[in-house]
Write a protein that binds this ligand. Structure first.
Ligand code: SF4
Length: 531
């Protein structure tokens, strides 16, 4: 038996994200001195599941080049990712085959649409913890093709190993991800998370999670850590058991980490949980608000966002010391023509600077996709087109398509006007109540932050004279009224470097699309051209 079957060199390759994405954040990374937002948590967790004799290297194509020498070293290439990485994943399969290397593809995109990746030699579908052992056995026995599918929603995440943080070059990233739980108890019609991970959230144990945090600390990382859970508060009981221990860990280590995550809006109703997150040093929460229209929220099965003032809920989170980044969607069946004004009002009333407004997208394998297919309204999904901002509305909407796109355009033009954006940052800067925590000074971190601040001040003052007045008015306002919020205000200001430019590109694409619709008003039109 050839040696490489028993101890192969494994090259993990994280595919490039489509740059036409809300989350590509290239100018933001540059300003902070990073190369890309986050490392591939899935691949470094997978690396920890491979046998100890297998030699593993990681190449992240978003931050470094994949060279012929890397491929020459490898006996096996393992890759996979999310939908906006589909084009590069397919390119990687071809590239590896051109070097006569077998390829394994896994991850959420392959799990949702395995047929797209049928060119790979092996598919590992679903959560890898159990099924990867079947692949390892097959590989070691000399098998050269196969599909290994995990049973759905049953993986016990308390058996998940600590990710191989040692494979990462921390200086390449804005933040590092960890995961506490998988799954979400809600049932939003458009969501693929519940199709991939189920509606009964499964959480890691406290000991296990603190061991991960310890490992990250021991590897030398300090700073922003994102809990990548799709809804961190999905299992509140488990989270409330964990957070006091996380706070104690943070206190004992001088608060080396600051955390962000995603959570559902019912977080705002639980003061005890908000205070626990505050004490653990959570500073940012992504919340899916989706629509200001209660009828739309009910129709899309997002009832947790109804029967509440969205502005009050968001301000309760600000008062607990965390700023909110929110997702909004245009294109629901129940939407009326007033949606643009209502959404703009909602974003202004909540004072959310970073609002990810996208078009409704029928993702593969969701309740929405199944319904639209039954209704004969589904159009092809173009994963390579970017994200829901650039390639959404892949179905025949009930309102005229040009009206939906015009509303999307109106919202983008309003909320990403620099005066409106920085005014929201100022309101956030006054509303946020960041805690005073007894952080230990780490001079290496301070030096890195000072370099980043100097770079940002130069970019916002010299390189972007168009933003200079908005930026300095905002910084002065923050220093005058709530200097403790300087870091948050600076972070939100820097985000405009990407969002302002991205909105302009989107608007140009929408203008072109709307003009084409005006001259040929057919419903089955190509998707929004790549921005
Ligand atoms: S709350 Fe978020 S993760 Fe949960 S079902 Fe809805 S969209 Fe999906």
């Amino acid at each position: 038996m050839p040696k490489n079957l028993l101890a192969p060199n494994v090259l993990l390759v994280f595919p490039r994200f489509n740059p036409n994405s809300f989350w590509s954040l290239a100018p933001v990374c540059e300003a902070w001195g990073a190369r890309c937002p986050a490392p591939p948590l899935g691949l470094i967790t997978l690396a920890a599941m491979l046998p100890p004799g297998w030699d593993v290297r990681l190449i992240n194509r978003n931050s470094e080049e994949l060279t012929p020498a890397d491929l020459g070293w490898a006996d096996l290439v393992m890759t996979g990712g999310m939908l906006p990485q589909q084009d590069d994943t397919l390119a990687l399969i071809e590239l590896a085959h051109a070097h006569a290397k077998p390829v394994v593809v896994g991850g959420p995109a392959a799990t949702s649409s395995p047929e797209v990746y049928c060119g790979a030699d092996f598919l590992v579908l679903g959560e890898a913890e159990v099924v990867i052992q079947d692949f390892i056995k097959a590989w070691s026995a000399g098998t050269d093709r196969g599909v290994f599918e995990a049973p759905k929603f049953t993986v016990d995440v308390t058996t998940t190993p600590i990710p191989r943080f040692d494979l990462l070059k921390f200086e390449h990233y804005l933040y590092i991800g960890v995961q506490f739980s998988r799954g979400c108890p809600f049932n939003c019609e458009f969501c693929d998370i519940i199709e991939l991970y189920g509606r009964v959230p499964r959480a890691k144990s406290n000991v296990q999670m603190l061991a991960e945090i310890d490992a990250l600390y021991a590897a030398g990382y300090r700073g922003h850590v994102d809990f990548v859970d799709d809804n961190l508060i999905g299992n509140k009981k488990a989270l409330k058991r964990f957070l006091p221990e996380l706070s104690a860990w943070q206190r004992a280590h001088g608060y080396p980490f600051e955390f962000s995550t995603e959570a559902s809006m019912n977080l705002a109703d639980d003061r005890e949980l908000l205070m626990m997150l505050r004490e653990a040093n959570f500073f940012a929460i992504f919340v899916g608000i989706e629509s200001p229209d209660p009828e739309t929220l009910v129709a899309t099965q997002k009832k947790q966002n109804t029967r509440r003032s969205l502005a009050d809920s968001v301000h309760r989170i600000y008062a607990a010391g965390m700023y909110v980044i929110a997702g909004f969607i245009v294109g629901f069946d129940t939407e009326r023509s007033a949606v643009a004004d209502a959404m703009i009002d909602c974003i202004e009333a909540t004072g959310i600077p970073v609002a990810m407004v996208g078009l409704l997208t029928a993702l593969p394998n969701t309740q929405l996709t199944r319904r639209l297919a039954r209704e004969g309204r589904l159009l092809p999904f173009k994963a390579g087109g970017g994200d829901q901002c650039t390639s959404g509305l892949n179905f025949i909407p009930l309102r005229p398509r040009s009206d939906v796109l015009a509303d999307f355009r109106t919202i983008l033009a309003s909320i990403y006007d620099p005066a409106a954006y920085f005014a929201r940052v100022r309101r956030l800067g006054r509303a946020l109540d960041r805690p005073r925590l007894p952080s230990r000074i780490d001079w290496k971190v301070v030096a890195k932050e000072l370099r980043a601040v100097a770079r940002i001040l130069w970019v916002m003052s010299v390189k972007r004279p168009d933003l200079r007045r908005h930026f300095w008015t905002t910084i002065v306002d923050c220093l005058r009224y709530q200097p403790r919020n300087f870091e948050a205000v600076l972070a939100m200001s820097v985000m405009y470097l990407h969002l302002g430019a991205f909105a302009k590109v989107l608007i140009a694409g929408l203008d072109q699309q709307i003009a084409e619709l005006d001259t040929a008003p057919a419903q089955e039109l190509p998707l929004l051209p790549a921005a």
